[in-house]
Design a protein. Structure first.
Ligand code: HEM
Length: 180
């Protein structure tokens, strides 16, 4: 039963990664360049709102799956791998990498939230204002776009690093002593 639950949690973890990371690549490298070809600004803004809202839901489900399955894995790892309680958590590589992974996760979630709830809507509102003939300069829109691109690329790089750390937690030397 423990094995079944561990496999299920790992499967959910990987599904979570696919749902959270996949759309980020799609948005950055497929949708954003393609959307610039939509000449009518209001149509572009409407399509952007729909796509980014759906991305928010899909990515949010992915992140929730990661949190639930990861919490299960970390709360059962000692029993599952038969690691004695005397082994200090951060004294072994598995624990040390986990702590670094969780610290990186906090930074990444903060950046994604800032992008989703502040920078993204700000950019869309500016574009919408311009579409309605409002007094918004192209330079202002460009500035907001650059800011939003930098934050989302940094968040994506941290996410890829977190994936690397997760995989390292499964490496054969995971229960060796951590470097001091
Ligand atoms: C609260 C959040 C998270 C927790 C508690 C958590 C916990 C864990 C644990 C304990 C493992 C090791 C499982 C084992 O013993 O083999 C693991 C593996 C992994 N994690 Fe996470 N994780 C979290 C979030 C994430 C995120 C956000 C990502 C990347 C987007 C990620 C990517 C991975 C990967 C790629 C693996 C290796 C999967 C495998 O092939 O076994 N994790 N995670």
């Amino acid at each position: 039963m423990d094995n079944f639950l561990h496999i299920t949690a790992t499967w959910l973890h990987i599904l979570g990664i696919a749902l959270f990371v996949g759309p980020q690549f799609f948005l950055a490298f497929a949708w954003i360049p393609a959307s610039r070809r939509i000449k009518d600004l209001q149509t572009r803004v409407d399509a952007m709102r729909t796509i980014t809202r759906r991305f928010g839901v899909i990515g949010g489900i992915g992140l929730a799956l990661l949190l639930v399955s990861g919490t299960y894995q970390i709360s059962t790892w000692r029993d599952y791998y038969g690691v004695p309680a005397e082994d200090d958590f951060t004294g072994i590589r598995y624990g040390l990498i986990f702590v670094i992974k969780m610290s990186a996760l906090i930074v990444m979630v903060a950046l994604v939230a800032y992008h989703t709830f502040v920078l993204g809507p700000k950019q869309l509102n500016m574009l919408e204002e311009q579409a309605k003939g409002g007094d918004v300069l192209d330079d202002e829109i460009r500035g907001a776009r650059v800011q939003s691109m930098i934050v989302s690329i940094v968040a994506l790089i941290i996410t890829l690093a977190i994936m690397g750390m997760g995989v390292s937690m499964g490496a054969t030397d995971r229960f060796s002593l951590a470097p001091v």
